[in-house]
Design a binder for this molecule. Sequence first.
Ligand SMILES: Cc1ncc(COP(=O)(O)OP(=O)(O)O)c(N)n1
Ligand SMILES: Cc1nc(C(=O)O)sc1CCOP(=O)(O)O
Length: 547
Amino acid sequence: MSSSKPKIDYSLYLVTGRELLPPGKDYYESLEESLQGGVTLVQVREKLTDTGEFIDVARRTKEICDRYKVPVLINDRIDVHLAIGSAGIHIGQSDCPLPLARQLLGPNAIIGVSVSSPADAKRAVAQGADYVGIGPVWPTGSKDVSKKVLLSPEGVGAVLDALAGTGVEAVAIGGIHPPNLQYLLHASIAPNSRNHLAGIAIISDIVGSRIPKEASEGLRKVVDSFKRSRETLDHPQAIFCAKAQSPRDTEGILARVGDLMRIVRNNTPLIHQITNNVVINDSANATLAVGASPIMATNARDVKDLSPAIGALLVNFGTITDKEGMMVAGREANVNRKPVVFDPVAVGATSYRRETSKELLAHWQPTVIKGNAAEIGALAQSAEVATRGVDSVGSGFSDPAKVVRDLARRRAAIIVLTGEHDYISDGETVIKASNGHKLLGVITGSGCMTGTLVTTFCAAARLYHLANHDPFEEESQLVQGDMLMGALAGVLVITIAAEVAAARSDVKGPGTFRAALIDELYNLTPDVLVERAKIEVISPAWKGGAD
Ligand SMILES: Cc1ncc(COP(=O)(O)OP(=O)(O)O)c(N)n1
Ligand SMILES: Cc1nc(C(=O)O)sc1CCOP(=O)(O)O
């Protein structure tokens, strides 16, 4: 028995699986390369091996890991742990009960437990687990999880809330690969406590690799930068990193919005839009009018190739004809760390829409979610506002600032709530914007155009960041740049252009307004925007503002 409990680094937890080695690759060679790539903890998992062989494999595994000062745990088998003197064991819900395992292993052994719900996690804490493995997050070919509920990052976040303040750390497991890793880490940040993963547990991505050193290095780099970014937040409840360059006073905000308008016109970012059939033409014209370049590709193969070149992606599911393209485009945007704006048109209206929204959000992390009161209410699971077709009915939320701020925290995304007043939040600050004109409500697609412009200016916010970047921040967030500013800029540009258009003497009603709106998006200058913008900044409670 060890004389004190070892301190474990859970960042990159390799679970072994000799059956998944590439043909001809030696297990011990693969293990050593993984350790060189930065694996911080190893679990020996042998499901089909007899006891003698399991002990041999575990002993040799430990000898190699000892050279790298990396602890070894044993999957399920207390006898194998005792035979080789490993740091501890990992047990599942149907293995040796945790209280008994603790009694047999003593207080200093590390005992990890598999959990798949907040209730499992609370029980594991009460019974003295050192850490939990939360899974399965996604489908995996390494184990039969067909009878289990796939948690997706949101489910992982719910478990992390149950662990908050307990000192019990957590890793996620199941179907984790480089394209979904950033998404998992960011989207699983617990909505209430902001508790986050201590690491990831991986089989196939490392064991199945011909170059496990590179596979491990790639995963470790992402986990390290994520953990570093969480440690340097200016407040534990903040979602996004401290941004020294981010203004939060009215004057500074409007100056930044003006900068973003100039960036769009000078850089012509490519704005990829998968949007609905009703608005494709108007959205493309609005993009061009503000100085960006639209691309309305929808085919899954096409969108994958496009992703490295785009400035930002809009996924508007008004007519949901291209679900596969939406899945691939969002995922690729996450991999390429491009802003993704999600416009869940009429999400509360049908079960198909609710399911599609859930499915998309289980595949990628949106940077911004934009919706009217009914759409945001459906995502926030609030019954305050109902849906009729694509419109909201009712007087709206009693406390819209709280709704957007809470949802932003829950989804780790900027939330834009459109209406007579628009509310935009990053989970910390809420900005209320009060421009606009009632004619926007009598042309089709004005909400969708708002999504287009939010996407365009989020692309600009990323470009602004890259041009003025701080080398540390570069690695620390899924999407770099102040997306609150990008989202606000999109809202202000369309609502102020609408005011200017509506005031023109040649505008007689919706038809002439629609054309004038495109003209005024084209003509709008930063000076006019600053002069007309009506915004109010609502500070978060921990900075002395309203809660
Ligand atoms: C880190 C980690 N998390 C979960 C598991 C799964 O363990 P278990 O539920 O015991 O299932 P098997 O691994 O025995 O199939 C794990 N091994 N490691
Ligand atoms: C061993 C294991 N346990 C899981 C759980 O959810 O409990 S998922 C899983 C397999 C993880 O392998 P890969 O990284 O190849 O997806």
